[in-house]
Design a protein around this ligand. Structure first.
Ligand code: DO4
Ligand code: MG
Length: 340
């Protein structure tokens, strides 16, 4: 699982600058007394929890300490983490399962702080199956209809059908972390990243967190015949998620976020694009309901929600590229590209 024994991921600030983060804004810190929280919240005319979430996105991660301990951390500003171990939080799965993750994270007292530079961020997926929805944005439907005469009507139909396209994407242990390479297939000659909002759901199907994901795809293999979809989508290093899980945001808030991608080659940008999450055609609950229909996920599950950004037909990824995906409410996922 992401990151063990590997060098720390490269921490990129490009998107942080673009996204206008406010690392030093006025916000409540875990450990601040309930009275201080109440008084600040009252001044903002919000509940304490609402104020904390509005002013300071609650983001957690899995990380490896310098002495190789796996820990769960709470982001503190842009450069530090609070170790959640003393608060009894040792797994993201258990925290999401508890049903009150945001409340638990807002009720914490003093916790040990670690500079982000001293840790390796791991993939936040511990034991969950990873699934993906497709053709949920108009851009994805149109691009896929263009890439394949053979299957064009299938994309058109599924975009408009009550039942969405949902496919199995990855076992948890195969998902790559931020900083680790994503793969392009050796037998493909048209490969693209798919930047997607990820829903982190518990066993009851509650959307308890959000993450940034990349559903790597071989467009020529998918375009040749839709029955080749599993080969186009499920291969070594074809899925990246992380490093942050945003906790406590509603679907309404998530729909305000923007997804951006930039692909770098030889020090320059060869593609960039963006889309608003509100361009997604289907509701999150609708996708969840189809995924959970006649299924059990005892540890919860993870769903990539589809891409709304598809590079032009003349673009293919190359080994040595770097894919940088940013979602405004969550953070950045950066991965170099290797041939697999
Ligand atoms: O229909 C093929 C896959 C679609 C997909 O992955 C997407 O729209 O993101
Ligand atoms: Mg996709």
């Amino acid at each position: 699982m992401g990151g063990l024994g590997r060098p720390p991921p490269e921490r990129d600030d490009l998107f942080h600058l673009h996204a206008g983060h406010h690392p030093h804004g006025v916000f409540l810190q875990p450990g601040e007394s309930p009275l201080a929280m109440e008084s600040l919240a009252r001044r903002q005319r919000l509940t304490a929890l609402g104020q904390a979430h509005t002013m300071r996105p609650v983001k957690i991660c899995r990380y490896l300490t310098a002495d190789n301990q796996v820990r769960i951390g709470l982001a503190k500003g842009e450069d530090a983490l609070l170790d959640l171990t003393p608060a009894g939080i040792e797994s993201i799965t258990a925290l999401l399962e508890s049903g009150d993750a945001a409340q638990r994270l807002s009720d914490l007292s003093k916790l040990p702080e670690t500079p982000l530079a001293d840790v390796t961020l791991l993939c936040p997926i511990e034991v969950q199956e990873v699934w993906a929805a497709g053709v949920t944005y108009l851009r994805s439907k149109d691009a896929r209809m263009e890439e394949s005469d053979f299957s064009a009507t299938a994309y058109d139909r599924v975009y408009n059908a009550p039942r969405p396209e949902i496919f199995f994407k990855s076992l948890p242990e195969k998902v790559v972390a931020c900083g680790e390479p994503v793969g392009i297939r050796t037998d493909a000659n048209w490969s693209v990243p798919e930047p997607e909002l990820v829903l982190m759901m518990n066993s009851r199907g509650e959307i308890a967190g959000y993450a940034v994901g990349n559903d790597m795809s071989s467009r020529d293999i998918e375009g040749e015949n839709l029955l080749y979809l599993p080969q186009a989508k499920v291969y070594h290093r074809s899925c990246a998620v992380g490093p942050w899980v945003r906790v406590g945001a509603t679907e309404e808030e998530a729909r305000e976020w923007e997804i951006k991608i930039q692909i770098e080659r030889s020090g320059g940008s060869v593609f960039d694009g963006s889309v608003g999450v509100n361009q997604i055609k289907r509701g999150f609950g609708e996708l969840r309901d189809f995924l959970f229909q006649s299924q059990l996920f005892p540890f919860g599950c993870v769903l990539l929600t589809g891409t709304g950004i598809v590079p032009g037909d003349d673009f293919t990824l190359e080994e040595g590229d770097t894919v940088r995906i940013h979602i405004s409410g969550i953070g950045c996922l950066n991965n170099p590209v290797v041939r697999v």
